[in-house]
Design a protein around this ligand. Structure first.
Ligand code: NAD
Length: 320
């Protein structure tokens, strides 16, 4: 065992009101964390995602910005934090609107945390990277050694943050590691506006009598993993990851946008048209992940995609 269990630790989750971050908050509470603090500027997050956590009395929410160093300072002054899960980010599509800030949120947030860690303010950093850092595949399946060829400033910022984590570990012996999920889906993923992911936006459109859309040929493929599988994997990996190590969290299962939208339409009994929109610039063609490493490290359980998609769509029906 490389580090003390989450039980009885005080944990900070950045982006804690977001999709993955709010599930990390819940998982830490389930594991018996002493206290869990979520910080989120609510750029895309929603305080409702923390409802259950806040009701336990063992969680605190700060609506604040991790790019502002003094905002993190006062949180660390108020709490004796042991572990940080860094989930804060601006959604990939935001890089088409505001490329500079999509990049700098990822980099500045990570650097602020690494500086706090370097000054001894907390022990362990679990940093969230993304499959987007790899860009389109140079070889397949993409393992952790795949070159990083980011195609958006979002991905470039994530890649830069990964390098910052690795270099701070080498220079200052910090306890920080990197988890790299592929495309997550499941309850609480944002369904509003142009920053929404394909599953929630398609569900939202169908539920609101708006025609669903596919960009480009629809042959683009992604590796979709249920968020509960990602969270279970991160919690199991927590005491196994060496400092500076990174790991793919993926399924080995490719789903094309055409097949995905068809499945959503079938499950939701939608019989109308699907609008064809122009290809989005910098859309990664294929994300075929290698998950050999994670299989070798933990008892890795994956939800069958059809099952996960159906329960996710049920959740949107109840929550939109
Ligand atoms: N969802 C996926 O498919 C996926 C895939 C790979 C990697 N990831 C990574 O997982 C992490 C969580 O992603 P997510 O899907 O939950 O996204 P999300 O947008 O739901 O959550 C990110 C949260 O960060 C908050 N935020 C943005 N800027 C902030 C700032 N400056 N200060 C404080 N909070 C800020 C947002 O309001 C949001 O709640 C990210 O690091 C992301 O890159 C996600």
């Amino acid at each position: 065992m490389l580090r003390a269990p989450i039980k009885d630790q005080t944990v900070l989750v950045t982006g804690g009101a977001g999709f993955i971050g709010s599930h990390i908050v819940d998982a830490c509470l389930t594991q018996g964390a002493k206290h869990v603090i979520a910080v989120d500027n609510l750029f895309l997050g929603n305080e409702n995602n923390l409802k259950d956590a806040l009701e336990t009395g063992n969680a605190t929410f700060y609506k604040d910005d991790i790019e502002i160093r003094t905002s993190l300072d006062y949180i660390f002054e108020n709490h004796d934090i042991d572990v940080v899960f860094n989930c804060a980010t601006k959604a990939l599509n935001y890089s088409f609107l505001n490329p500079e800030n999509a990049f700098s949120t990822n980099v500045t947030g990570a650097l602020n945390l690494l500086e706090l860690q370097r000054s001894g303010k907390f022990k362990t950093l679990c940093h969230f990277s993304t499959s987007e850092v790899y860009g389109s595949a140079v070889y397949e399946p993409m393992d952790e050694a795949h070159p990083k060829n980011p195609l958006t400033t979002y991905a470039a910022g994530k890649a830069a943050a990964d390098l910052a984590v690795e270099s701070y570990v080498r220079m200052f012996d910090l306890d920080a590691f990197i988890v790299r999920p592929f495309n997550n889906y499941g309850p609480r993923q944002n369904h509003k506006g142009m920053l929404a992911g394909i599953i929630p936006i398609t569900a939202y459109r169908i539920l609101n009598d708006i025609t669903p859309e596919i960009h480009g040929t629809g042959d683009q493929t992604r590796d979709f993993i249920h968020v509960f599988d990602t969270i279970n994997a991160v919690m199991k990996l927590y005491d196994k990851m060496k400092p500076a190590e990174s790991i793919n969290i993926s399924t080995n299962n490719q789903v094309s946008m055409n097949n995905l939208v068809t499945s959503i339409c079938n499950i939701m009994s939608y019989k109308g048209d699907v609008l064809r929109k122009p290809e989005r610039k910098s859309d990664v063609e294929c994300h075929n992940a290698c998950n050999k490493k994670i299989h070798g490290m933990i008892d890795y359980q994956l939800t069958p995609f059809d099952e996960g998609l159906k329960s996710t769509l049920d959740w949107y029906k109840d929550n939109i």
